[in-house]
Design a protein around this ligand. Sequence first.
Ligand code: KIV
Ligand code: ZN
Length: 381
Amino acid sequence: MSTRVYVFDTTLRDGEQSPGVRLSLDEKLEIGHQLVRLGVDIIEAGFPISSPGDFESVHTLATELKGVTICGLTRARQKDIEVAAEALKPAERRRIHTGLGVSENHLVNKLRMTKEVALETGVNAVKCARQFTDDIEYFMEDSGRADLDYVYKVVEEVIKAGATVINVPDTTGFTYPTEYYGLMKGIMDNVPNIDKAILSCHCHNDLGMATANTLSGVLGGARQVEVTVNGIGERAGNTALEEVVMAMYIRRDKFDMATRIDTTQLLYTSQMVSRLTGMMIQRNKAVVGANAYAHSSGIHQDGVLKDRSTYEIIDPSLVGALKSEIILTARSGRHGLKHRLQELGYEFTPERFEQIYAKFLELADTVKEVGDDHLRELVAS
Ligand code: KIV
Ligand code: ZN
């Protein structure tokens, strides 16, 4: 049986931190219900102490959403943890996500703490959170730039204090895939009590490597992925849920692992999040972009019409898209044009078809895309 990988969705927390995004309570609830239908395991609903609105959102999602763990983020402070625990009270299953930085940069420039004080602060936060739930996730902010021996020490001590999930964020999107793999593998190999916790990947996309890093982290031993729909998030965003899920599925020769995601909900979820956040999906976005299953050049159209697998590795119905699209442009060939004309109900003699094809090429040079109305006019003329 495949090993289970848990999907931790942070669209409503890290995703909502995208510059320019603000979701109302109703919008968060709509997305939350859809994430449950999609089959995520954990929803990070917000950062309850950050504002009364965030507290209310976490509390409402904890009340309304069933069959999923609801998580609230905190700093490693008693007050934050108490407020999060209060917001999460109605949840069927609740998780407190606490922690602090581990890199020299964050310790010196942000936290102004020694390693020893930071470690003690983190351990105390976990002990405090344990009073409210036994599902505690500990984040080590900026792990991607941290000293490995210190990371191992922190992981060991917070697990002793009661942490059950260890989040290893590449907060600044700095690491590259083999490094992130090494970070996870190093924790697996060097922390004696690591069998008592699950490791989690949390990657940012500053250098466009978030998905690759997350997949490498899974190969290194992580069993939870932290993701957002469409990869929205701070700066260049977080790891995209749809990319990681489909990569693990399509490349199951490399990943003998399974999530609980219903992939046929991916496109719908992506479009809902785009509509509600106002963040457009780029046309060439992997898995859910408008062009992801569209073929425009003659050589590709000819191949796909003969056998879809020539140029498509994902069957569009797997993600909830209706079918591949043949887009008619100046680069399209006879096969693509004939196919579309047949779909529109036309059949022609070879001579007549050649005349239409010549006219089609003339028109195609003047427009971005030749649509069905153009074709009908061409045929009529
Ligand atoms: O990127 C990060 O380090 C985070 C933590 C707060 C988990 O989002
Ligand atoms: Zn983050």
